[in-house]
Design a protein around this ligand. Sequence first.
Ligand code: AQP
Length: 332
Amino acid sequence: APRVFSGIQPSGGLTLGNYLGALKRFVEMQEEAYETIYCMVDLHAITVWQDPEKLRRATRELCAGFIASGIDPRKSILFNQSQVPEHAQLGWIFNCVARMGWMKRMTQFKDKAGKNAENASLGLFGYPALMAADILVYHATHVPVGEDQKQHLELTRDIAAKFNHDYGVDFFPLTEPVIEGAATRVMSLRDGSKKMSKSDPSDMSRINMTDDADTIAAKIRKARTDPEALPSEAKGLEERPEARNLVNIYAALADMSVDAVLSEVGGKQFSEFKPVLSDLAVAKLAPISTEMARLMEEPDEIDAILHQGSARAREIAAPILKKTYEIVGMVG
Ligand code: AQP
């Protein structure tokens, strides 16, 4: 069966962007004809400093978020990255395959390092090589992600191709990104040119998966929009990033196409559309946040799920790493 791998960083709470861009698709793929492997990428999270206590909590909460969203640990392998050392081991090999010039072109590094790139960690710079290892240590063929990860997935293919070429093998597959749905790039509620992000300093910019109904409603009510009414087809959303964002969110939550949404709400003012959107968001998200809160009362259960998932993940990763070491020429 085709094999899916994807991960989310425990670098803060889950946002609606992570849910619509990634997690919702993870659940769908679990139900389709794929073998699915999903990871809390804690080694990636520490590429920027994390408070250890918060990291522990965020990892468990992320696991609760996966399960509450519909990931079934019996159907999918669910684990945290640090507990499967083969990720870091293959990551080292890929550090030696990837080129400095490739890394320097990564827009996420430029965005995250900001003006002070000299002061960024070496891990942040090398992030995409570890990400390639996360995927390829399972020989995964499909990776569901949001639009922002497209460039990293191209780099993953470049690393696989260079490894295969340099060692004269056909060992690592060229992975397909799966970037699908109406909300592959959810934008900040305060600024239609920035993506919604866990680490945005403004909490009003994002919907957190743990927000209660009143908070969700208040954030949508205050979301930035323009003064025009909604158009009746998707074409009319060009040049209107804030309006497009809210319509995309609605379409993704309702599992409808953008045109189908606009055929219902076209002509309405935002004062009318926003309450409808916030009712839909609350209806879809409240059961998830309630279940997350319940699961968080049983941290031992969460730890046991991660522990079992790590053992299952290692069964796949260890032989692939072993074979990689043989190809590279390690004696063992
Ligand atoms: N705004 C978004 N719209 C659609 N998809 C998104 N993703 C993230 N933000 C959006 C997707 O979620 C998955 C996990 O992302 P991540 O946790 O690895 O890191 P990120 O992309 O850096 O997410 P954040 O929320 O912006 O975290 P911080 O603030 O820590 O950098 C990925 O598939 C991503 O595409």
